[in-house]
Design a binder for this molecule. Sequence first.
Ligand code: GLU
Length: 513
Amino acid sequence: MIVSRFAPSPTGYLHVGGLRTALYAYLFAKKNKGQIILRIEDTDQKRHVEGAEDNLIKSLHWAGIEFDEGPHIGGENGPYRQSERTEKYQMVTKELLDMDKAYRCFCTEERLEELRQKQEASKFPTGYDGYCRNLTREEVHELIQKGTPHVVRLKVPKDEIVFFEDIVRGKVKFASHTVDDQVLLKSDTFPTYHLANVVDDHLMGVTHVIRGEEWLPSTPKHILLYQALGWAAPTFAHLPLILNEDRSKLSKRQGDVAVEDYIAKGFGKEELINFIAFLGWNPGGTREIYSLQELIEVFDLKKVQKGGAIFNLDKLNWFKEVWRQRRLHDFAVREGLERDIQETKQGGYKITIIGDEARHIFSRELLKLVDEYLPENEERDEYFLLRCLYAVKDKLIQEPQKIDEFIHFYFEAPELDNALFLNERMNVDEKVVQKALELSIQALGQIEEWDEQIIKDIMITAIEKAGLNNGQVLWPLRVALTHVEFSPGAFESAWVLGKDKTISLLEQALHSL
Ligand code: GLU
């Protein structure tokens, strides 16, 4: 059976690159009816971050990537945190020492530093020179007796050519003499990353190691370690780097790299997974929209590209829009409104539901929610309610449980905080607020047919005439109507509230200045 794994170090958050690695490992396992393990690589206790593991698990779960084994669910190959597996690494090291495939190295930091400087000065590649490789049994025994601190190093064979086959990179060949006598066990008897990684992949029965390209240079070390232990190495697949648009390595400086940031910005898991899946892979053909389930069906590790993959925010936003439409579509289908739906060329949907028809959409399902989440309210006139729901429908479909947060201010606006009117970025000062409110009362007062498009047209004309810009009027207008920082826009809010309520809120606000 195929077994893949995701082996993150708990740095505090899930990097989008990490999500891609996890996703590919998951898709590959599921496509092949195999299993995927989550392993926490926390050997570097110095870098311990509180809550990091929980964060990782939460984000992966949010994305829909479920594991067959891991620290949060257990399994027969546990424990799943390297910090709880120290004994296993020590045992394997002892075996290697007994087989004379490893040796103890007593070199001091100073000697190693001196060596490095010499090598650098003479333009030799840096690396351990094997000084302790040939200590006699007696010498070693004596040094141990004296309690001399030491590490354990792998005895890397001198003149071998080693191959491995990488699913993405093809045949990789290297000469063993280019590989250092790597440290396996540190002087505090904790393992290095290399030892722990190899031991765990073997003991956990991992058949496929799927990881980022930054680990490719470590793979020769791992292969030599598998050889020394007489273990069959797993198959490797090294995924291409993820790059900024200027082809530099994806970094915090140029945008968000934490999955949590994208969640906070309102991206849904469907668009994020769809977008991430295409960072370095595609199934061929022109279709781009795939759900997680559909990705499992078409995923093929052999089609992963070698070259770096560009992280293009516009593309992500495009996926977001398409998925927004699809969610709306599914919702409408559930409510029997297919006739309003047109499929677009890109695999998205255009939906035209207006006015009265909203009644049908929001009928059963959402009115049920309203009962559940909104306090009893005398003013609960059904059309008003429908307009509220219509104004926040996209958000509601994603997070129905937040209904109260989305629309409470239409029922009862919180106390008005005048400071909210001012907005430096939009150039709104006290004078502008006054003007904006007066202008809005004037313009909206003339409207007879209270329709969102008409509200918009009349307001835009009035704003232009007054020589202001849109934000200068629409910001104060929206604040006057909702009293909150975030809400649907000014036109929508006016439409939701109806003419009388709108004018009265505007007058109140003007009064309070
Ligand atoms: N712990 C490594 C990381 O944080 C994983 C390397 C691997 O997958 O082998 O990326």
